[in-house]
Design a protein around this ligand. Structure first.
Ligand SMILES: [Fe+2]
Ligand SMILES: [Fe+2]
Length: 426
């Protein structure tokens, strides 16, 4: 009897172990057909574009085709075949083969068609448009943390954003795209959900992404912080930032706007990366021929919670933003919405002049309270949002929309002839 009981316990333990292993199996196994097809911004968006996708390991070559988006059905006849590289990432019971290709030598302001894969395992044709070579009006979209439940609730946000601004030049993500995972537990489902929410949208609108702390978070060992292995495999972002932060800190000039993407997690946790990024940001601001400057990173310069202050980020970056007149700083992490500008004396600028506008936003389901001293002029809680920013000459118009598509906040920055700015909140 006792022996039988021990056997039963052993059998139950084995079964529950099996059940636990089962829980880690992704519901999004790769196949020979490309999926997770992501268009990535490059350092020269007027003449190049990068694309990444996933297959299983039966596909042994990385091939894509690209051609001007002609009306003919015989697109393949005029397409160039471009080869690239792949990398295998294993976790959650799946091995994903992540492919990466760069399209170069493209013509500015031109719409292209592309597809990835080959033979029977080829994607549909997608389209994208290269940037103009100089200053020209355009719009872009920003999303704070999608992070949790992206298939369930963030999906409606990115889809409404796309419907609202179908011609958006790019989609910016301020980190915590997913909740976590590293080692053998990659939480592949979360990445699968993130891609499923966007569908074809991020195959046609290039992504600009900054990593958040949850792209470093290790649920098994919190002190072990390595960049989520899906980041560099699943994106092909620029590598023109400080050494050691490739694809996580970089810059892009797009039609008169300088975008500076900072890896704020490494800034907070690594003194050397704080210094190298601060020096690099100053160089980008000092030698800036663009009329507008937008910085994107995860940890807010000013938090909406008293317990979530990011002094390292503020002490390193705010003096530069003030000195060089950065226009807009887009952040996430606090899971609320706040938009504010400091009093001139707090930014060292003259009275009557406008300084940097700071934004904290969230696109996903995880929501926090606001309990910091109120530095913001507009704020919301328990609300999913996206931002549409339009730049046209001396005018930058910012609109924040909630998940119902209602205008939740807006302002316009007008740059005067003498270089000073005015901010109006209609
Ligand atoms: Fe975060
Ligand atoms: Fe977050």
């Amino acid at each position: 009897m006792k022996k039988n009981l021990i056997l039963l316990i052993l059998a139950m333990t084995a079964f529950s172990g099996h059940a636990m292993a089962q829980e880690r199996l992704s519901k999004y196994p790769p196949s020979a057909s490309p999926d997770r097809i992501i268009l990535n911004i490059t350092r020269d968006p007027a003449t190049s574009m990068a694309v990444t996708w996933r297959t299983d390991t039966t596909i042994h070559e990385t091939l894509a085709q690209v051609t001007v988006n002609l009306p003919t059905v015989f697109l393949a006849d005029s397409a160039s075949v471009v080869s690239g590289i792949y990398e295998d990432i294993e976790g959650d019971g799946v091995v994903g083969r992540f492919h990466s290709v760069q399209f170069t030598g493209l013509t500015p302001g031109t719409t292209y068609a592309y597809r990835v894969g080959s033979g029977p395992a080829v994607s549909e044709w997608f389209t994208f448009t290269t940037a103009e070579s100089g200053e020209a009006p355009f719009s872009f979209i920003y999303f704070g943390d999608s992070q949790l439940g992206s298939k369930s609730l963030y999906a409606r946000v990115i889809r409404q954003a796309y419907r609202s601004t179908p011609g958006a030049a790019m989609m910016l993500f301020g980190g915590d795209l997913v909740d976590g995972g590293s080692g053998s537990t990659l939480h592949d489902d979360e990445w699968g959900d993130w891609h499923a929410a966007a569908g074809f949208i991020t195959s046609e609108v290039p992504v600009v992404a900054a990593p958040g702390n949850h792209e470093y978070y290790d649920p098994a060992e919190r002190s072990k912080r390595e960049l989520n292995r899906y980041w560099r495999a699943g994106f092909t972002l620029p590598e023109n930032g400080p050494a050691g932060l490739e694809e996580t800190a970089y810059s892009v000039d797009y039609q008169g706007v300088r975008f500076i993407i900072v890896n704020s997690d490494e800034m907070i946790r690594n003194e050397a990366f704080a210094k190298s990024q601060t020096d690099w940001v100053e160089t980008l601001l000092k030698d800036n021929l663009c009329k507008w400057t937008v910085a994107i990173f995860h940890h807010p310069v000013y938090s909406t919670s008293a317990r979530r202050d990011n002094t390292v980020v503020r002490e390193n970056l705010k003096p530069l933003f003030d000195r060089y007149g950065v226009d807009l700083v887009l952040t996430g992490h606090d899971h609320t919405y706040a938009r504010g500008m400091l009093e001139p004396e707090e930014s060292g600028i003259k009275k009557g002049q406008a300084g940097t506008v700071y934004v904290v936003s969230v696109s996903g389901s995880k929501q926090y309270r606001q309990d910091a001293d109120q530095w913001w002029q507009a704020g919301l809680t328990n609300t999913q949002l996206w931002q549409e920013i339009s730049v046209d000459g001396n005018r930058l118009a910012y609109r924040a929309y909630d998940a119902s598509g209602n205008l939740a906040d807006q302002f316009v920055i007008t740059r005067k002839k003498n270089g000073s700015k005015r901010i109006d909140t209609p």
